[in-house]
Write a protein that binds this ligand. Structure first.
Ligand code: FAD
Length: 448
């Protein structure tokens, strides 16, 4: 069911925030990166109070239309395209983009949800600080930090959610909560891994990490390699041995693609989280010996230079479907599963990341991210198509996966959600959702 804004009474306190279809700017904000949208109403919030007012308004609308779609958008890079919709309401936070170091000694950084990670990295580098986040600068702080955050510092410094000290959260009744380890600890547990199911987070306080790099600009050692191989299973097996034996300063990110019949090109981006070349060099040399190389270089470089930040407009330009699995062991079985998945014509690219290390130091029950023992993260990038066909293409990875990164999935089925928030994590989350959002206002994207 869709809304017609001509027949709706928009409250006075929301009129300045509203963009409707008749305005030229509508085309710039209707879509996300992964989906073309035709929402009826778009509200551009500039403050937590605006967010609370929009939430209250939409909660009222939802009482007469339970199917009303309500999308929350921060950076617009949600994998399932859930930050836009057809005929519903979008609450856009992209104007809320402050990044502020509020306590240098404690390394506390206040970041509004509408900022993106490229901006955060650039703002913090002069202080020699980083926040462990993703690899792409246009991704929004809101969607990523509400859900996980896997990137170049995962093994050295953990997930993004592991660095959250407090958030400001607007729940479904429009109440503003300032949540931390001692204030509303249940909500603090839930927002670290399942934030988007509890409400709208308008700002985060993160504890950043001091890199203590020689050059004092958040520098890391960045190794880029392109391998070629005819035996992708063996390559993954050898990479897995190297990646899991490497000290936790090293996090590796692979993009694997076909380069002809039976042959593959694999690009690796390896990040060593300090500038200690003496300790890093033998590890980088071993990486270079895994398979024949097409190219190879390694440099010391400020962290912001290695995360692309094109700040592109969104027009639903990315149509591929991405499904993922968290995998216990980066071993031969995984290599064989990846080789098998590539036999399906829908599979275009596979991404393989080393995880674990600091990420697995956190106990399962401490946050709503339950996957704290796996060694590898795999995502399969597929052509758009029938879900049954995609299920077949993903099957070899599905068999091995013991977890799912919810926000990294274009597949929003309940089966995926149950794997993202399994067992007791899921139980606890369901109880909190029933308490804070009985009307299910926040049911876009992957959710229980
Ligand atoms: C090109 C690309 C590269 C990526 N790389 C990485 C990576 O390296 N590492 C990684 O961990 N992830 C990565 N991701 C996944 C990304 O973290 C998630 O898709 C994330 O949800 C995007 O956040 P966003 O704010 O840009 O998304 P949006 O599209 O704005 O939002 C997506 C969903 O997140 C929720 N949400 C958004 N804002 C809020 C908020 N303020 N409060 C509560 N819920 C909110 C809503 O459910 C919303 O529908 C990548 C995605 C893309 C498209």
């Amino acid at each position: 069911m869709s809304l017609d804004h001509h027949t709706l009474e928009i409250p006075a306190n929301l009129q300045d925030l509203l963009i409707t279809k008749s305005e030229a700017i509508y085309r710039n904000v209707r879509s996300s990166y992964m989906k073309v949208g035709t929402p009826e109403l778009i509200f551009m919030a500039t403050s937590t109070a605006d967010v609370a007012n929009v939430v209250q308004y939409v909660a009222k609308l939802k009482k007469t239309d339970e199917h009303l779609a309500f999308s929350i958008r921060s950076g617009g890079h949600g994998m399932s395209g859930s930050s836009t919709n057809q005929g519903g309401v979008v609450l856009d936070l992209s104007k809320m983009r402050t990044v502020e170091l509020i306590d240098r000694e404690k390394k506390l950084v206040r970041v509004q949800a509408g900022a993106d990670w490229g901006t955060v990295a650039k703002a913090l580098a002069p202080e020699d600080l980083i926040i462990s986040s993703g690899n792409f600068g246009d991704v929004g702080v809101g969607g990523l930090a509400a859900s996980g955050g896997i990137g170049y510092f995962t093994r050295s410094h953990g997930l993004t959610i592991d660095h959250i000290k407090a958030v400001v959260l607007v729940t479904a009744d429009g109440t503003v909560h300032t949540v931390d380890a001692t204030h509303e600890p249940d909500l603090f547990w839930a927002i670290r891994g399942a934030g988007s199911q509890l409400g709208v987070i308008t700002e985060f306080v993160f504890e950043a990490t001091h890199l203590q790099s020689d050059t004092k600009d958040a520098a890391v050692i960045y190794q880029r390699l392109t391998y070629t191989t005819d035996d992708v299973a063996q390559f993954v097996t050898d990479w897995g041995k190297w990646a899991t034996a490497a000290p936790r300063e090293m996090t590796s990110f692979l993009m694997i693609q076909k380069a002809g019949v039976g042959s593959f090109n694999i690009s690796a981006s390896n990040v060593w989280s300090t500038t200690d070349t003496v300790k890093a060099t033998p590890v980088l040399e071993k990486a270079a010996a895994i398979a024949p190389l097409i190219e190879h270089n390694a440099t010391i470089t400020p962290y912001p230079t290695i995360i692309p930040h094109p700040q592109s407009e969104h027009g639903g330009q990315q149509r591929i479907q991405i499904w993922n699995g968290l995998i216990d062991k980066a071993d031969q079985q995984l290599g064989e599963a990846i080789a098998e998945a590539f036999k399906n014509p829908l599979t275009l690219v596979m991404e393989l990341r080393s995880i674990g290390g600091a990420m697995n130091d956190v106990a399962v029950e401490e946050t709503a991210w339950a996957a704290r023992y796996q060694e590898a993260f795999v995502s399969v990038w597929m052509m758009p198509g029938e879900e049954t066909e995609q299920t077949k293409a993903f099957a070899p990875i599905e068999k091995l996966s013991t977890g799912v990164y919810g926000a990294y999935s274009s597949n929003t089925s309940l089966a995926m959600a149950d794997k993202a928030w399994p067992g007791q994590t899921g139980e606890r989350l369901r109880q909190l959702i029933a308490r804070y959002d009985p009307q299910r206002l926040f049911n876009q994207g992957i959710h229980l």
